[in-house]
Design a protein around this ligand. Structure first.
Ligand code: SAH
Length: 245
């Protein structure tokens, strides 16, 4: 049997949010590759080898997956959420681009998952019901100046925004700066929601105004959703109307 690679999204945490397509790929796999906590979500079984690795070695991990597939193995690379959103699918293509001749015949599939912002939006109500954008606030792979520029322009364009990787221990001041920019551009009354551990037993949802928001409300297990100028509360929920003037 010839080898293949599937890059699969495991969703935000709840097993009920893993697609049947991903479950089927995992059932056929000989090897699962990924960041330790994601690999830990895959049940061990005879004939399946689990390869957990540290974070920040995405391209090495992708190269390892491609090499195993070239040897005839059936490899699933796991990501949380969706694999195409700030995750392993692009890393796999980067690895492929570096060695095209070696691996161009391989079967590669990307299996979507429910990304954190969509799971969070559903729990909150419908804050992404009109035009929106997603911004990764980590400056590991891009300069901070570019992040600031995108925040300002997206705010001026009236987008609702979802922020991934909002605040880590190694860069605690940047999210404070992001909030400062957003307050300048959007004003203190704009709604902002903090969704932590969405779909897990430890889930926490908090909605406040930008004027009330503090940097400590976010960490790396939080996805932050900023409303657009029309975003409002509807009882316990938050939603953005489908129309804009
Ligand atoms: N591929 C993933 C995102 C990876 S980046 C996806 O599509 O969801 C990692 C960031 O995703 C975290 O810092 C956090 O901002 C967000 N995230 C992932 N899972 C989450 C969850 N269950 N609850 C809240 N945020 C989550």
């Amino acid at each position: 049997m010839s080898g293949w690679v599937a890059v699969a999204g495991l969703g935000p945490g709840d097993e009920a949010l893993v697609t049947p397509e991903v479950t089927a790929a995992l059932a056929q796999a000989s090897d699962v590759v990924g960041y330790f906590p994601y690999v830990a979500r895959v049940a061990p079984r005879p004939g399946l080898t689990l390869h957990g690795s540290d974070n920040r070695v995405e391209v090495d991990r992708a190269t390892h997956a491609l090499r195993m597939a070239a040897e005839g193995r059936r490899v699933v690379v796991v990501s949380s959420g969706d694999p195409g959103v700030f995750a392993m699918a692009s890393a796999l293509f980067e690895a492929l681009e570096a060695r095209p001749a070696e691996w161009q015949e391989l079967e590669i599939r990307i299996l979507p998952g429910i990304t954190a912002m969509l799971a969070a939006a559903a729990r909150l109500g419908a804050p992404l019901g009109h035009d929106f954008c997603a911004i990764n606030l980590s400056d590991n792979l891009k300069p901070w100046a570019l992040i600031e520029r995108r925040l300002k322009l997206a705010a001026q364009a009236g987008f609702a925004m979802a922020f991934y990787n909002p605040r880590s221990k190694s860069r605690p001041h940047q999210f404070a700066r992001a909030l400062q920019i957003l307050r300048q551009e959007c004003g203190d009354a704009r709604l902002i929601s903090f969704a932590r551990d969405v779909s897990k037993p430890t889930e926490e949802l908090t909605t406040v105004t930008l004027g009330e928001a503090t940097p400590e409300m976010a960490d790396m297990r939080t996805v932050v959703i900023l409303g657009n100028p029309d975003t409002r509360r509807a009882g316990r929920h938050v939603y953005t109307p489908r129309r804009a003037e």
